[in-house]
Design a protein around this ligand. Structure first.
Ligand SMILES: [Zn+2]
Ligand SMILES: [Zn+2]
Length: 85
């Protein structure tokens, strides 16, 4: 069987199963660092991920969320890129 991972939409960390993902707190949570759990990224694993706000492409979610987004709904560079599904 092909090995499958689950990714957090906020920080891009990967987990072997959803339970482990949702039971940990996320350093990139929108309410503040470790103020809430990781959020399951419900899209499929891709070779490139597109930011749903600005359309920029990144090789991984982890790389994407490391940058601030100029088209963020809260304002220019007021938040991180976020992966489209
Ligand atoms: Zn996370
Ligand atoms: Zn963006």
């Amino acid at each position: 069987m092909e090995r499958k991972y689950y990714y957090c939409e906020y920080c891009g960390k990967k987990f072997p199963d959803v339970r482990t993902l949702t039971s940990g707190t996320c350093a990139y949570h929108p309410d503040g660092s470790n103020k809430g759990p990781h959020k399951l990224y419900e899209g499929t694993e891709k070779s490139k991920y597109t930011c749903k706000y600005c359309g920029k492409q990144f090789p991984s979610i982890q790389v994407m969320v490391g940058g601030q987004c100029v088209n963020h709904p809260n304002g220019t560079n007021k938040g991180r890129h976020s992966p489209a599904l």
